[in-house]
Design a protein around this ligand. Structure first.
Ligand code: ADP
Ligand code: MG
Length: 307
């Protein structure tokens, strides 16, 4: 068993004093090579923070991140850029393709930036598996969301990274396109031996993974292997009772008075699914800084793709 990435005692605090938020709280975590790992949890539980730290896109308040044997904190700017560029692939919820470039140009962009040759055989194989061969000359605006995300998958795979990180990669897709992208991620693990870490709040998406890790308030509170969607839904209902409760309150508000809602039915898949489908039932904390998140959303993809 090879370890593709490792976190030890990983913590991330935002802000200070009474405004301090502990986004990640002493996490120990290993990503096994050749495995598809899903990081799950409700909105605000620290999923994106953990992913950004593991992907060397951000630095921790304390603790360490290793990519393979490399201690990320010891790298200076240039080797860090090279590590992100050469050893890590990214797939974001918002696709983050360059609008002025064709699909083909987007796919080979990281190689072009790194001044590397395109392995045409590998390119053809990926494009073929993704079924985007007849879309290569199109600009992102001429592609559906599902096609754009398949282009982003191809871009992530192109330089055969040690790990691909995906943050809610199917969050903006309809269910059919989401299934295509998830099947492709699954195939890339099974057929190419790709290592994938995917953040998701969605049980169906996570059921494509080999391993599911559950976060709550910045800590890992449970792990499953090869769980089905139903197993994941009932696990979520049990370990996130607060969120389940919120949904039941919401359900009570919307249902007809004649319909009684059993407050003990905490394994009611339909209501649990209703929470997680939209990114988690619990809204972001009221004091959460929308602007800083927007800035993160804008700068991280650029850093991830351009190195
Ligand atoms: P998730 O991806 O599970 O929704 P995040 O990792 O984005 O959770 O956030 C975890 C916690 O850290 C949340 O309380 C969130 O509001 C906070 N947080 C995340 N990014 C920032 C930031 N840049 N500044 C301040 N707080 C942040
Ligand atoms: Mg997130």
């Amino acid at each position: 068993m090879t370890i593709a990435a490792r976190a030890t005692g990983l913590s991330k605090h935002y802000g200070s004093g009474s405004a301090e938020v502990v986004a990640l709280d002493g996490v120990d975590f290993e990503v096994v090579s050749g495995e598809f790992t899903a990081i799950m949890g409700p909105s605000g539980s620290g999923k994106s923070t953990l992913m950004h730290l593991l992907a060397a896109l951000d630095s921790p308040t304390s603790g360490k991140v290793f990519i393979g044997d490399t201690d990320v904190a010891k790298l200076k700017d240039t080797p860090l850029t090279e590590l992100r560029r050469d050893r890590i692939g990214f797939i974001f919820q918002a696709f983050n393709l360059v609008p002025t470039l064709s699909a083909r140009e987007n796919i080979v962009l990281p190689l072009a930036i790194a001044n590397k040759k395109v392995d045409q055989e590998w390119f053809d194989r990926i494009v073929n598996v993704l079924g985007i061969g007849n879309r290569l000359s199109h600009k992102p605006s001429e592609l559906s969301g599902g096609q754009q995300q398949r282009v982003a998958c191809a871009r992530a795979l192109m330089n055969r990274p040690d790990i691909i990180f995906g943050d809610e990669p199917t969050g903006n897709l309809d269910s059919a396109s989401a299934a295509e992208v998830l099947s492709f991620l699954r195939r890339s693990v099974d057929e190419f031996g790709q290592t994938i870490v995917m953040v998701t709040h969605d049980a169906l998406s996570a059921s494509y993974a080999d391993r599911q890790v559950f976060l709550s308030d910045g800590r890992i509170i449970k792990e499953l292997r090869g769980a089905s969607q139903d197993e994941l839904l009932s696990t979520m209902a049990h370990i996130y009772p607060r969120h389940d409760q919120k949904v039941e309150e919401a359900v009570e508000e919307v249902v007809d008075d004649d319909v009684s809602v059993d407050p003990d039915s905490d394994s009611d898949s339909a209501s649990v699914e209703a929470i997680y489908r939209d990114g988690g039932g619990s809204p972001e904390p009221e004091d959460s800084d929308e602007d800083s998140e927007t800035v993160m959303e804008q700068t991280l993809p650029r850093r991830a793709i351009a190195g």
